[in-house]
Design a binder for this molecule. Structure first.
Ligand SMILES: [Zn+2]
Length: 237
């Protein structure tokens, strides 16, 4: 029961219990859910309607989405599989997809994660010196890296993004086919900048990342010209 995860007396999540029952990315998402000040009974909630009540129309849309993603059966696993399927089908190099997968599963060596493993004592971001460095902060939320996103990604609701996980942000972006590759590659550049600047290594400056992304994607896409099929070759000869 969800209620077992909530300290009703203090009105907060039982963080320790959540951390011990769920993988880190799921635990982070649960703990990010704000709790009501008033005690509420558990209830069934259909996530695909605003009012939480199941409707045939929304159920039909969920099934169609599953079918499109080529995945089957249970609604939740189908949607999750659809998310990963979209991620692995991105038209970007494997290293960018792998980075995004690690970011979404909270397995990047952020300062928060290094602290959890007792490698560091201080979770504070070295770029802004203000907030803890988790994945969302490192790649998106940090005041210092915000300039990279401000121009072309100002359609993202920053308030909503700030209150979810990095995976929530990626889900939001993957729903917009025209910006997926741009977003993934920009995130990869920002993460590389963060790491290299910490080590005082040469890196693309933040104000040059957008142009570097455009050049990078242009080069990658121009190298991916579809191979001429054997049949077409025979037709030509
Ligand atoms: Zn920061």
């Amino acid at each position: 029961m969800v209620a077992d995860l909530i300290d009703a007396r203090l009105g907060c999540w039982k963080n320790h219990l959540i951390d011990s029952c769920f993988i880190p990315s799921v635990a982070t998402r649960i703990k990010a859910i704000p709790l009501s000040d008033l005690p509420q009974p558990d209830m069934l909630y259909w996530a695909f309607e605003r009012n939480g009540a199941y409707s045939v129309k929304s159920g039909y849309h969920v099934l169609c989405e599953e079918e499109r993603s080529g995945e089957a059966s249970s609604s939740n696993s189908g949607l999750v599989a659809g998310f990963w399927s979209k991620l692995w089908k991105l038209g970007v190099p494997g290293k960018v997809k792998h980075f995004l997968w690690r970011a979404c599963t909270d397995s990047l060596p952020t300062r928060i994660n290094l602290m959890k493993r007792k490698i560091l004592n201080d979770p504070i971001c070295h770029l802004c010196g203000r907030d803890d460095e988790d994945t969302l902060h490192a790649v998106w939320g940090c005041e210092v890296v915000k300039q990279v996103w401000d121009c072309d990604f100002n359609w993202v609701n920053r308030f909503e993004a700030a209150h979810g996980s990095f995976q929530d942000l990626v889900e939001m972006v993957l729903s917009k086919p025209r910006v997926r590759e741009d977003f993934a590659t920009t995130a990869w550049f920002v993460w590389a900048h963060r790491n290299k600047s910490r080590l005082n290594e040469k890196t693309t400056p933040l104000n040059g990342i957008r142009e570097a992304v455009r050049n990078f994607l242009h080069l990658f896409q121009s190298c991916r010209e579809p191979p001429v099929s054997y049949k077409k070759q025979r037709q030509r000869n």
